[in-house]
Design a protein around this ligand. Structure first.
Ligand SMILES: *Cc1c(COP(=O)(O)O)cnc(C)c1O
Length: 401
């Protein structure tokens, strides 16, 4: 199959040419250690500075509030664990949501085993948390609220500014996992009262294995990696200079063209939503229709397995993702889809497409054709669907009898 249609940009993205070019000089030419005094080292140091400034500007922060990490997972771990330790004297209660990424949820479980208490906020059928429930969950011993800016599976965008205002009013710290939102929607840490923010390079056309954690000046945090004095002694280890340079270039590109890119993605997204929604029977869009990332499409198809759908799409050259946590080798349906109220069988039959500006309408026409064909084929083999057709008068049933 020579055709490849990549619709899994929430999993990772193609590295932008600008990012690759920005990285190259730091392998063979400017390979100096940024902590060294001589000229060669200072070239690397300069690269860190340029990237840090670019990133700080993108969220309205100061350069000294940006800490480079090895990606979104590390940033999330750091934000939660270091804050929990630094503020344990004040209280041991943390609030998060049921639909966070596992980098947050599993870190919360880790903290629970170490004596912290965690409240997991519910979400409604669109994946939105309730601000009233959040406010009710805050206690005198609450030290941190961690709610993601946008969900990686269903694309729902949380009311980050409102959450920040509530956190501030109650003098509780606010962390947001912005890995999916960063570069796709504008986020200003001042306007939204965000104390900590996680982001990752490879989700915005930067290299893999690099990310950052924004920590507001004045927020107590301890060193996350112990060793040298890098990252103001909070994250030791010689900096990944090429990746940081590439990340900086990707950030610049993402923010320079954010408006035109997201307008194009939104148009493609809406085209796919409209066509699948109207042409494939028994399917449902997951996530909020409008408060949604510009590139996210997530559907549940009744009577079929998302995994089978994925494999058959792959045979047609289409890369997508399903709603189960297949990456972890588990067959459990997605905790996000269960949290928005889907029953197990519907959660299993779900499919996520995450677009980029490189996709075309012509590609999506092909995708719609393939989805229609594959869904019909899988249903024709499904005993569940046969049962349904026998019982219902549904004229759309494709099972012949
Ligand atoms: C991808 C992702 C992460 C993890 O980022 P890595 O850089 O892959 O470690 C964390 N949170 C969300 C919401 C993500 O989508």
């Amino acid at each position: 199959m020579d055709r490849l249609i990549y619709l899994d940009n929430a999993a990772t993205t193609r590295t932008a040419k600008e990012a690759v070019e920005a990285m190259l000089p730091y392998f063979e030419e400017n390979y100096g250690n940024p902590s060294s005094i001589y000229g060669l080292g200072s070239k690397s140091k300069k690269a860190l500075m340029v990237a840090r400034e670019e990133i700080a500007k993108s969220i309205g922060a100061k350069p000294q509030e940006i800490y480079f990490t090895a990606g979104g997972s590390e940033s999330d771990n750091w934000a939660l664990i270091a804050t929990a330790e630094a503020y344990a004297f004040k209280g041991k209660h943390i609030i998060t949501s049921k639909i966070e990424h596992h980098a947050i949820l599993h870190t919360c479980e880790y903290l629970q085993k170490r004596g912290f208490e965690v409240t997991y906020l519910n979400v409604d059928e669109d994946g939105l948390i309730s601000l009233a429930e959040l406010e009710r969950a805050i206690r005198p011993d609450t030290i941190l609220i961690s709610v993601m800016a946008a969900n990686n599976e269903i694309g729902t965008i949380q009311p980050v500014a409102e959450i920040g205002a509530i956190a501030k009013a109650h003098q509780v710290l606010f962390h947001t996992d912005a890995v999916q939102a960063y570069g796709h929607i504008p986020i200003n840490v001042e306007e939204c009262h965000i104390d900590m923010l996680s982001a990752s390079g490879h989700k915005i056309n930067g290299p893999k294995g690099i990310g950052f954690l924004y920590i507001r000046q004045g927020v107590k945090s301890r060193s996350f990696i112990h060793g040298g004095a890098q990252e103001r002694s909070r994250r030791a280890g010689t900096e990944n200079v090429p990746a940081i340079a590439g990340f900086g270039a990707a950030v610049k590109k993402a923010f320079d063209n954010m408006e035109s890119r997201t307008a194009k993605e939104t148009e493609l997204r809406d085209y796919l939503i409209e066509r699948i929604g109207s042409e494939v029977p028994h399917c449902k869009l997951n996530g909020h229709r409008d408060k949604r990332l510009p590139n996210n499409v997530n559907f549940s198809f009744e009577f079929i397995e998302g995994e089978s759908l994925l494999i058959m799409l792959d045979m047609k050259g289409i890369c997508a993702s399903s709603g189960s946590a297949c990456t972890s080798g588990s067959l459990d349906p997605s905790h996000v889809l269960l949290a928005i109220g889907l029953p197990h069988e519907k959660a299993h039959g779900s499919l996520r497409f995450t677009l980029s500006e490189e996709n075309t309408k012509e590609e999506l026409e092909y995708v719609v054709d393939c989805v229609k064909e594959i869904v019909a084929k899988l249903r024709s083999m499904s005993p569940l669907y046969e049962d349904f057709c026998k019982k219902s008068e549904d004229t759309k049933c494709t099972v012949k009898r």
